[in-house]
Design a protein around this ligand. Structure first.
Ligand code: GLA
Length: 376
């Protein structure tokens, strides 16, 4: 009898994966984002590099999400702090954690095309600036090293991040553009594809759904396609601000990108409830005033909680409507207490996500589940 019971238990365990706390880890449609979106797109999250040590976050992570992006540890400035000194310790642990826990991985990011996100030495040999060919060769070799290290384990890569200009230029002025013109973008994608031909390759940016920047992005896509560059998807970061979400432009962008034969990923979704746009307005004129603004230290008032829910729901209705074009929707951070918006661009208690500081679902969570349940 004992033996039969043991066999039965074993069979049951094999069918229903157990999480660390011994609960069933198989999320269902009704009680998880990943379940509710199943068959349409993946639900992901950008997560603290220390997740392998943060056991308290594992149940929520595994219940709700199926694919994770490391917040910082795979960025070029973390991987190689000085020329040739590669540090894979943290990313190795991250990848091992994801594989062990049956989570898929987004690699982020191979080139961050901004001067404040690229060490000055990267553009140089001693004091001499590298020419385009040399800089491309350095970048290609670094991409080969990183992508091949995790070949087969990383499902998709943000290959180039934030290369488009916010102002009047096409590409953001940087050491990359000065040395290489546009070529570093195509070369980065080619190198990533050589190192892992199975990985899905993404161009990722912010505000790229707004008309001016969207035109530049479509131009970039066409240019890369004319050169037969292996570009598979566009990342809309999706760092939005409450009451200012450009719903129509988001929808238009999904349609435009689909027309060009590419997929869309929403790569870093959150909704700031303490709008930050004025921080950059009029040469920083409002910064002093904003730096002390911290209106919700003890939680969100009901009406704001409600608006947050409605606006998340509206976003997910758009995503659901265009799910044939969307591969993934990833939030940026697991719960409100972990959000980068608590300290960027100034310190404040923020509430931009679906889970609060106790990791409990907010009204916005239910609203998103409801939006996903309504088939259009
Ligand atoms: C950008 C980057 C992300 C992250 C966020 C803010 O969107 O792509 O890696 O740094 O900013 O945390």
């Amino acid at each position: 009898m004992r033996f039969i019971l043991a066999v039965l238990t074993l069979i049951a365990c094999c069918h229903r994966p157990l999480d660390v706390y011994g609960q069933s880890a198989e999320p269902t449609r009704a009680d998880s984002l990943r379940g509710a979106a199943a068959g349409r797109f993946e639900i992901g999250v950008g997560i603290n590099d220390r997740i392998p040590e943060q056991k308290e976050n594992w149940p929520l992570l595994k219940q709700q999400f199926s694919i994770i992006t490391p917040e910082n540890c795979m960025k070029p400035q973390s991987i190689q702090r000085t020329l040739g000194a590669f540090d894979f310790q943290v990313p190795d642990r991250f990848v091992e954690f994801a594989v062990t826990h049956d989570l898929r991985i987004v690699g982020h990011c191979l080139v961050w095309a901004k001067d404040d996100r690229t060490y000055d030495w990267y553009y140089k040999e001693g004091d001499r600036a590298l020419n385009g060919q040399e800089l491309n060769a350095r970048m290609r070799s670094d991409i080969h090293k990183l992508v091949s290290r995790y070949r087969g384990k990383i499902a998709m890569w943000d290959v180039v991040n934030e290369a488009l200009d916010d102002g009047e230029e096409y590409l953001r002025p940087s050491g990359w553009v000065s040395a290489c013109g546009e070529t570093f973008i195509a070369e980065a994608f080619r190198a990533a594809h050589e190192a892992d031909p199975e990985a899905l390759l993404i161009y990722n940016d912010y505000n790229n759904e707004l008309p001016k920047k969207r035109e530049k992005m479509l131009r970039l896509i066409r240019s890369l396609q004319e050169q037969n560059v292996p570009l598979h998807a566009i990342g809309l970061q999706g760092h939005y601000e409450i009451d200012r979400i450009p719903f129509d432009e988001i929808e238009q962008t999904i349609v435009d990108v689909r027309k060009l034969g590419l997929k869309v990923v929403v790569s870093e979704l959150d909704i700031d409830v303490i709008p930050r746009g004025r921080w950059w307005a009029e040469n920083g004129k409002y910064r002093e005033e904003l730096a002390t603004l911290d209106p919700y230290p003890n939680g969100l008032p009901d009406d704001l909680q409600q608006r947050l829910a409605e606006q998340y729901a509206k976003l997910f209705s758009i995503f659901a409507k265009h799910s044939d074009a969307i591969l993934r929707v990833s939030f940026w951070n697991l719960h409100d207490g972990e959000s980068w918006l608590n300290y960027f661009p100034w310190k404040r208690v923020n509430h931009p996500l679906l889970f609060d500081r106790d990791r409990l679902p907010k009204p916005a969570y239910d609203a998103v589940l409801k939006a996903l349940a309504t088939r259009s």
